[in-house]
Design a binder for this molecule. Structure first.
Ligand SMILES: Nc1ncnc2c1ncn2[C@@H]1O[C@H](COP(=O)(O)OP(=O)(O)OP(=O)(O)O)[C@@H](O)[C@H]1O
Length: 307
């Protein structure tokens, strides 16, 4: 039995005018760290709210630990931990009061499950008398995670836990997730940051309520079907314009300080690259063959689904 299973889940808002989630299906295996990766508005929060029984789906079926999200909502609520995207903390309550509050509503105590949160709580303990509203973003995130864990859930739902958090805290957070995974907790985490995808066992890429792919990050990258080139020049925007309109080029998009491109004919790309250079003669031109990232795969899958 998977920890989480969705079969053709759909959800619309505003009397059907906003299609938030469109026939989404995927499973999260027990003990897995599974990432739902997609940009703002992709439908991640809607999926989390359905799985944590806060929102009813319009269509489809979903289970958490084998329990139906509609019929068995009361049991599911005791079995899951949910860290919503917007912080769930009571800003006027102190760190320890927040934690005690969450422990009490789940009829447990901090002492009972302290082992599970110890690593994380130790980092915020020096601030235990500080109101949650006066903590830094990284500290709030750690407290929110402790609150979501205090009743020892079987499945943990973390909706964009690292959005707006600094790079060091983001790294620490993912290390904490790896440790929780080792304790047997199944974790579904969403993020708009493509670089975090590689830290998951498996991922689902989502865009406009549609799942583009479900696989391990390694498989998604290795399924990238064409040689990928990175190029730059003094006049970056002219280069992008020229390459995009060239009939030999299949796709071309800005990627950091480079643009990334693939060719329609994947057979003789080195030669095609040199032909582009000779044709447009861009100043300070550089190019190299490059290794695709999850973001490249995401862009490609997205382009394929746009009619
Ligand atoms: N209560 C609502 N009423 C109307 N539209 C909504 C509502 N909640 C979400 N939406 C819309 O549904 C779509 C999916 O939103 P959702 O919040 O699930 O995406 P997301 O991937 O979590 O993005 P974000 O990080 O911006 O929350 C978006 O177009 C959003 O504007």
């Amino acid at each position: 039995m998977p920890a989480v299973s969705l079969q053709h889940i759909s959800k619309t808002y505003n009397k059907g005018t906003v299609k938030a989630v469109n026939s989404v299906s995927f499973d999260v295996n027990k003990g897995e760290l599974f990432g739902l990766i997609g940009p703002d508005g992709a439908g991640k929060t809607t999926i989390f709210r359905i799985l944590t029984t806060v929102l009813l789906p319009d269509q489809g079926e979903a289970t958490v630990e084998g329990l139906d999200v509609v019929k068995d909502f009361k049991t599911i609520r005791r079995k899951v931990g949910y860290m919503p995207g917007k912080f769930s903390l009571y800003q006027d309550l102190t760190v320890s009061e927040n934690l005690t509050f969450f422990a009490t509503i789940f009829k447990t105590s901090i002492k009972e499950n302290y082992d599970l949160i110890k690593d994380i709580y130790d980092q915020i303990k020096p601030f235990s008398d500080r109101p949650a509203g006066k903590l830094s973003g990284g500290m709030k995130q750690k407290l929110a995670l402790c609150c979501a864990l205090i009743h020892k859930p079987d499945v943990l739902f973390l909706d964009e836990p690292t959005t707006g958090v600094d790079a060091v805290s983001r790294k620490e957070f993912w290390e904490m997730l790896q440790r929780l995974k080792q304790q047997g907790i199944s974790i579904l985490v969403s993020t708009p940051y493509m670089d975090e995808a590689s830290l998951c066992d498996r991922i689902a890429l989502i865009q406009n309520g549609n799942i583009l792919s479900v696989d391990t990050p390694q498989n998604i990258i290795s399924n990238f079907p064409a040689p990928l080139y990175a190029a730059k020049a003094k006049n970056f925007y002219q280069l992008l314009k020229d390459f995009r309109s060239d009939p030999a080029v299949e796709s071309c998009y800005a990627f950091g300080e480079y643009l990334h491109l693939t060719f329609k004919d994947a057979g003789n790309c080195d030669q095609l690259m040199q032909q582009l250079r000779d044709k447009y003669q861009p100043a300070e031109f550089e190019y190299k063959k490059t290794v695709p990232t999850i973001e490249d795969s995401f862009i490609r899958l997205m382009q394929q689904t746009i009619p």
